[in-house]
Design a protein around this ligand. Structure first.
Ligand SMILES: Cc1cc2nc3c(=O)[nH]c(=O)nc-3n(C[C@H](O)[C@H](O)[C@H](O)COP(=O)(O)OP(=O)(O)OC[C@H]3O[C@@H](n4cnc5c(N)ncnc54)[C@H](O)[C@@H]3O)c2cc1C
Length: 390
């Protein structure tokens, strides 16, 4: 008999979502959770992820007042290359939707998920998981405070640098890009009209995403040397740079929010589950923030893991790990490869890459069935969705 059916290591959005989904179905679970560190990132969550927030009772709620709907997504070729792609405009209306999804600040989403998990009786163990051991019928986790916990399965949701993943012998494939991403937010004088614009530049995308009122969040990818210069600027100087890079699309820029940079990489574990351990979120896969795929994939990991664990006789059984691995790889791999390819095509500056990217985007801009296919693929996987997202 184990202390819990499932232990979750890591209380980021992926780990907390898994804990909430399990607790909603009465699964006895604990989450090992260091204190939340404020995060300036906002995440564009598409319809399936929003459906999950509804399912767990977080949408609509107070959270909504901090979020903005995403009604259109525009891609603008700003590489200055000879073969420039035409502007591509995706509209939710084309898919008979009010919006593709919502832009949700992590600083609001994570505390809301935490509160919901507490309400549902998830046991919070403050601290970090220090070690894990797998036995035939259970896993044993030790925390940094010396506490020992047992469960049938562990969900490893402790981020891209997970130590438990390493201890359990999961192999990782990593492609590091010579590129950083700056996450911040700003106020602007021109309305965003609920349009997110992704400018494709030679150092990577520069993407504005609507927030409530005349405010937007920004993900700006740059080479490390240029990023160091940007981070050294005052808020007023950075506002001018943003205004220039966005070609005045949003008018005068002011009131810059907190900033944080992230090293860009494409990383993936070669297996997503084995030996009573299931990897979810960035512990399983990390990718550059292009096309808003990262957390959307991670929430699908959480919901898929919950589907398999709920009602199982043994949550860490080999057949559960095998099924999870197969289902999640089919969703993650093609998206990760597509994002990495697009990113590489911008960074390489090579003519054949530019021509291929411009040609692909031109076809999408011109043919509405192709545009529809791209939008459907961007929103959800072809193979179906976990229960909480349907
Ligand atoms: C600039 C930027 C913009 C992005 N925009 C989008 C977007 O628009 N849409 C989208 O879908 N995705 C987006 N993403 C991706 C998204 O932000 C991430 O996928 C998501 O935040 C990862 O969540 P996670 O829960 O897997 O990991 P994390 O948020 O990294 O959480 C891991 C948690 O584990 C904890 N932890 C670490 N070690 C231990 C331990 N030993 N024991 C216990 N806990 C531990 C950490 O403290 C942390 O709380 C973006 C990413 C970046 C970099």
């Amino acid at each position: 008999m184990t202390d819990f059916k499932a232990i979750i290591s890591g209380a980021g959005p992926a780990g907390l979502s898994a804990a909430v989904l399990l607790a909603l179905d009465g699964v006895k679970c604990a989450i090992i959770a260091p204190p939340f560190v404020d995060d300036p990132r906002t995440t564009a969550l598409m319809q399936p992820a929003m459906q999950m927030l509804k399912f767990i009772g977080l949408w609509p709620s107070d959270l909504q007042s901090h979020c903005a709907a995403l009604k259109q997504l525009h891609l603008v070729d700003d590489t200055g290359n000879m073969f420039a792609a035409p502007r591509v405009e995706f509209s939710a209306r084309e898919m008979n939707l009010e919006e593709f999804g919502w832009n949700v600040p992590l600083a609001k989403l994570v505390p809301a998920l935490q509160a919901r998990a507490q309400e549902l009786g998830v046991v919070f163990i403050e601290g970090t998981s220090a070690s894990v051991e797998t036995r035939e019928s259970q896993i044993t986790v030790k925390t940094d405070a010396g506490q020992t916990l047992t469960a049938e399965v562990i969900l490893i949701a402790d981020g891209a640098k997970s130590k438990l993943r390493e201890q359990l012998g999961f192999d990782i494939e990593t492609e590091r890009f010579d590129q950083m991403a700056l996450a911040t937010s700003f106020e602007h004088s021109v309305r965003h009209d609920f349009i997110s614009t992704e400018f494709h530049k030679s150092a990577g995308p520069f993407t504005t995403v609507p927030l409530p009122g005349n405010r937007s969040s920004l993900v700006w990818m740059e080479r490390p040397a240029r990023m160091a210069e940007l981070m050294a600027l005052t808020d007023n100087q950075l506002a001018i740079e943003i205004q220039l890079e966005s070609h005045g699309l949003l008018g005068k820029i002011s009131n810059i929010g907190p900033r944080k940079t992230f090293q860009m990489q494409s990383q993936r574990a070669t297996s997503f589950a084995k030996n009573r351990a299931i990897l979810i979120g960035e512990a399983a896969h990390a990718l550059p923030p292009i096309g808003a795929q990262g957390l959307n994939l991670s929430l699908r990991d959480a919901a898929q893991a919950a589907d398999l664990i709920i009602g199982s006789a043994d949550a860490g059984a080999e057949n559960i790990c095998t099924k999870y691995n197969g289902l999640r790889r089919a969703d993650v791999l093609p998206r990760q490869q597509m994002v990495a390819l697009l990113n590489r095509s911008l960074l390489s500056g090579l003519l054949p890459f530019n021509m291929a990217r411009a040609g692909g985007l031109a076809a999408i801009a011109k043919f509405s069935p192709l545009r529809g296919l791209a939008m459907r693929q961007g929103l959800s996987p072809a193979l179906g969705l976990p229960f909480a997202m349907r």
